[in-house]
Design a binder for this molecule. Structure first.
Ligand code: SF4
Length: 357
């Protein structure tokens, strides 16, 4: 507890905020990761730094960037006979084109909320007469555990375990975003968890090609404030990628986790809500693991339908803030979400709704 308190000390936070504000530079900074978005809102860092620092949210919420087509595919698979679809709880209420996994469950689909891919594998072993499909959503943080589970399934000859891999990679999405949008950014706060796996090197193109300083940050208020202070210092020198979360992140990342991930998965194109199809930004099972892939299950998908008035795509790109959406807090609330950004526990709209701007 003492350890955590060190990173939440209000006096130290005030001091850092004062240092940032007295530097005299106005900054517009994107926090890429949804966990940072929630931490910033929960700790009321926006009002503490306003108007000198504007914090905008980026594409680092895995639930939010999953496309309607991929959600529709997961729902259609869950409705197949003899299928158990195992998913993290966040995905249950995310609306696809016509319905959600919760709706499918209400119609009789066997949808199970799990806390890890290993739990899905356990269900597969307990129910050999069912096809158990794990819905693989997440970034570089979650993919190694899913890969390890596939290796275990192969080792143990579990033939009724499948993965619908919708995993995505953060650096290609940042490249696509920064290449197509002029967001006038003075800095990026990079995700701590993803970087614990991939390290700092895959982001080096950002200062080199776009001249934007980056800091990998932890998730406590002082981690985030000190990342902003480091960005402010770098504005006066050379932009670079710095690690502000050295207790978890090394420049080379976690080679063991990366080895496991790339022994099972390969990079493929992926469709990102709000950004488009990005080459080499997703992970699918390699051909030698095709027997575990649910991507080729034959399902009929509904026509993709736009959610009228929802600007989730623009929120993910950092173009608009949630409270600029006409539906925010009216027809769209966490109890009755119109878009995924209001459902996810890392969603920008949910963070604004729960904690305010
Ligand atoms: S408030 Fe709701 S409708 Fe508006 S962008 Fe966010 S999720 Fe979509």
């Amino acid at each position: 507890m003492k350890y955590i308190d060190e990173f939440r000390n209000p006096v130290a936070a005030e001091k850092l905020a004062h240092k940032i504000k007295s530097s005299g530079t106005r900054m517009r900074i994107m926090e890429v990761c949804g966990t940072h978005t929630m931490a910033i809102a929960r700790s009321a860092l926006r009002p503490l730094l306003s108007p000198d620092v504007e914090l905008i949210s980026g594409p680092g919420c895995p639930v939010c960037v999953t496309s309607d087509t991929d959600i529709d595919r997961a729902i259609a698979i869950s409705l197949m006979p003899d299928v158990v679809l195992a998913t993290f709880g966040d995905m249950m209420r995310v609306p696809g084109s016509e319905s959600s996994l919760s709706d499918a469950k209400a119609k009789g689909a066997l949808v199970r909320v799990v806390y890890s891919p290993l739990e899905a594998l356990k269900i597969a072993k307990e129910q050999p007469d069912k096809k158990v499909v794990f819905l693989g959503i997440g970034f570089e943080t979650t993919a190694p555990a899913v890969a390890a589970t596939v290796l275990k399934a192969k080792d143990e000859n579990v033939s009724n375990f499948y993965v619908l891999s919708l995993h995505k990679l953060i650096p290609p999405a940042l490249k696509a975003l920064l290449s197509t949008e002029d967001l006038h950014l003075d800095g990026l706060i990079l995700p701590g968890h993803v970087s614990a796996i991939i390290g700092s090197k895959p982001y080096e193109f950002i200062p080199r090609e776009f001249g934007i300083p980056c800091v990998i940050a932890g998730f406590e208020p002082l981690d985030i404030l000190s990342a902003i202070s480091m960005i402010s210092d770098m504005k006066k020198t050379n932009p670079a990628v710095e690690i502000g979360y050295a207790r978890a992140v090394r420049p080379e990342g976690n080679p063991k986790a990366l080895n496991v991930m790339y022994s099972v998965f390969e990079k493929v194109s992926a469709l990102w809500r709000g950004i488009s199809e990005i080459p080499q930004s997703g992970l699918d099972l390699k051909s030698e693991f095709a027997q575990f892939s649910a991507s080729s299950f034959d399902v009929e998908l509904p026509e993709p339908k736009e959610k009228k008035g929802c600007v989730c795509g623009d929120v993910i790109r950092g173009r608009v803030k949630p409270n600029e959406c006409p539906l925010f807090g009216k027809s769209c609330t966490p109890e009755s979400p119109v878009g995924p950004c209001m459902v996810s526990s890392e969603g920008t709209c949910a963070s604004y709704y729960i904690y305010g701007d």
